[in-house]
Design a protein around this ligand. Structure first.
Ligand code: SER
Length: 623
């Protein structure tokens, strides 16, 4: 059997239409109203408000294909499975059907002759084994059995496998996952995901969204029981066709063939071609959704993808702007499916061309810089050799004659996006262009050492970025973080001790703070909270950090949430006014301002419901 991704996509939607689902269009890759993530990373992300209880205009049964981008594993792209852009097929019940229909329909779609017609003997499933939050999911197991799933093909697995949540807070619940056997022939009796993990590939995940995680300790029921299913289209296509890699599927195979044609058989490199194919596909959709190459946020990710793709062309010895030609193939593939692609055809090609030109110029500057460094190195080597004193072999090794420094190669990479392979290429094949008599080697070990250090640093930085939402300005975010503490103290004073932090997100412009409280905070109360914070600011308060035994801190009534996340010795931040008043004393990892001077005036802009029992405040510091 061979089935294309295009067929799976359209069959999927057709099937759920036949079950009275409204087919809704994919949301943009760029999330609306959620600055904490750059791109939608799962089908459920744009539907979170509806899972939390808001009414969806298209009804309570929805089906869609959602565009997603994940860049966490960007360095793995080029292997058989990792992609930056992918499509997630999903069907949704917003307080309508639950486990029985969801599971029965998955089974019907996968195995019925009219739909995917998979051999039921090749399928196994997992269900949640239960923990202190939610019971063992016997209900799902019983439904599977009633459909004919043998008991030994059902594995009960723990929270790490069978619990799904988009983030640390928000809608979540147990899931049942469906797997396809990857071995030769039929799976042996007793084989399932629990006994034989590697042989089974996940093709579908049915999440029973029943809960809302308010904070690490608190799980509340959602207003209604919902279903969120997700079937990764590319992975599903690979699995169902028993292919080895996503690049064999109909979305990629013709693109790879075209790249092979463009660069020529002898220059072709499979990994480079895969990176180009993946990155161009992602870039095409990002531009279609309004992202343009920039040095920050979504635009930076886009720029990185485009430049990485161009570099791969260069590595294969092809130095013309060409991504737009590859993109054309994707436009043809997707314009019938996504309105965004159809509407922005010209813009996609223009943006790609513009960035190609810009990058071409950057690379030229890089070549000039390379030339300068090589000349200097050549001069130094000559001086050294001409020096009359005799030289030992050790001395000669030390100066590394005729070796281009790995650190210089790294600087070229960092400043001009110039890959080390290109430095090597230039100095081994085109050395005569640099006035060299023979090829010059490159200090690769030093390059990789510098590169790794850089990656560690940028990983730390991006973790920081995640933690602080989209923070790009340290000073502003730090002040807003301090304001969060003062506001929490104010809220507890005005509303009572039941108020705890349930989540927060800070950008350089504003803070967003979720806290436990059952009803709307009225304007007088909000004003009182504002006054409290502003009093603390104008009291010329100073923030002092002390370390304390965690048990003692809890005993002495320090406020804080997520205690279990902290080590045994904890940091307590206390802000005290010049008048001696303690305005806040809270457990935290920092950072905070040292004094309240210059923080500005605290202003609450919005107070609204976030989820059941949780309110959300957005506030700013006006300078
Ligand atoms: N949210 C689940 C997932 O992404 C199911 O759609 O796997």
């Amino acid at each position: 059997m061979h089935i294309t991704s295009a067929e799976i996509r359209s069959k999927y939607l057709e099937f759920f239409k036949s079950k009275n689902h409204a087919v809704i269009p994919s949301a943009s890759l760029v999330p609306e109203n959620d600055p904490s993530v750059l791109f939608n990373t799962a089908g459920m992300q744009p539907l979170i408000p509806y899972l939390l209880g808001e009414r969806h205009p298209s009804g309570v049964r929805l089906a869609d294909v959602q565009k997603c981008v994940r860049t966490g594993d960007i360095d793995d792209v080029g292997d058989d499975t990792h992609l930056t852009f992918f499509e997630m097929l999903g069907n949704w019940s917003l307080g309508d059907y639950f486990k029985a229909d969801s599971i029965a329909w998955s089974w019907e779609f996968l195995t019925d002759k009219k739909w995917l017609a998979l051999d039921p003997r090749m399928i196994s499933v997992t269900v949640f084994e239960g923990d202190e939050n939610a019971p063992r999911d016997e209900e799902s197991a019983t439904i599977w059995k009633s459909l004919g799933m043998p008991t030994d093909r059902i594995a009960y697995l723990p929270v790490e496998d069978n619990w799904w949540a988009a983030g640390p807070t928000g809608p979540c619940g147990p899931d049942t996952e469906i797997f396809y056997y990857m071995g030769e022939g039929l799976p042996p009796a007793g084989s399932n995901k629990g006994t034989d993990s590697k042989m089974w590939m996940e093709i579908w995940n049915n999440v029973f969204m029943q809960y809302n995680r308010v904070d690490e300790k608190t799980l509340v029921n959602l207003p209604a029981q919902c279903v969120d299913t997700g079937m990764g289209l590319e992975r599903c296509t690979v699995t169902l066709n028993h292919m080895k890699s996503v690049y064999e599927t109909d979305s990629f195979a013709p693109v790879l063939a075209r790249i092979r044609e463009i660069v020529g058989e002898s220059n072709y490199n499979e990994k480079s071609a895969r990176i180009i194919a993946d990155h161009t596909r992602a870039a095409t959709h990002m531009i279609a959704d309004g992202v343009v190459p920039k040095n920050v946020d979504q635009g930076y990710i886009l720029r990185r993808l485009i430049r990485r793709a161009i570099r791969e062309f260069y590595k294969m010895g092809y130095e013309q702007a060409i991504l737009s030609e590859i993109s054309r193939m994707y436009i043809a593939q997707f314009e019938g499916i996504y309105e965004s692609v159809k509407m922005n055809k010209e813009k996609i090609l223009e943006e790609l061309k513009r960035e190609e030109e810009k990058f071409g110029k950057t690379l030229k500057d890089g070549i000039n810089q390379l030339r300068k460094i090589v000349q200097k190195k050549k001069f130094n080597d000559e001086c050294y050799l001409e020096d009359k004193f005799p030289k030992s072999k050790e001395q000669i090794d030390l100066i590394r004659l005729n070796e281009f420094s790995g650190y210089d190669a790294f600087n070229l990479f960092e400043t001009y996006w110039f890959p080390i392979e290109m430095v090597e290429e230039e100095l081994s094949h085109n050395f005569a262009n640099y006035g060299l008599q023979k090829p010059m080697t490159v200090g690769k070990e030093d390059f990789y050492e510098a590169f790794q250090k850089h990656q560690e640093l940028s990983r730390t930085a991006s973790e920081g970025k995640f933690k602080w939402g989209l923070a790009d300005s340290w000073v502003e975010t730090t002040a807003l973080h301090t304001a969060c503490h003062l506001m929490l103290a104010g809220l507890r004073k005005v509303l009572g001790d039941h108020v705890h932090q349930a989540g927060s997100n800070i950008t350089s412009e504003r803070l967003r703070f979720d806290f436990t409280h059952g009803e709307k905070v009225n304007p007088e109360q909000l004003k009182a909270v504002e006054d409290y914070v502003n009093e603390a600011i104008s009291a010329r308060s100073t923030m002092v950090m002390t370390e304390m035994d965690k048990a003692e801190a809890q005993r002495t009534g320090v406020s804080g949430s997520f205690w279990e996340k902290y080590p045994d010795i904890v940091k307590i931040y206390t802000m005290t006014g010049a008048n001696g008043t303690v305005y806040t004393r809270e457990l935290c990892g920092g950072p905070h301002v040292e004094t309240s001077e210059g923080m500005g005036v605290f202003k609450i802009q919005k107070e609204e419901a976030s989820s059941a029992g949780v309110r959300r405040i957005k506030a700013v510091l006006v300078k």
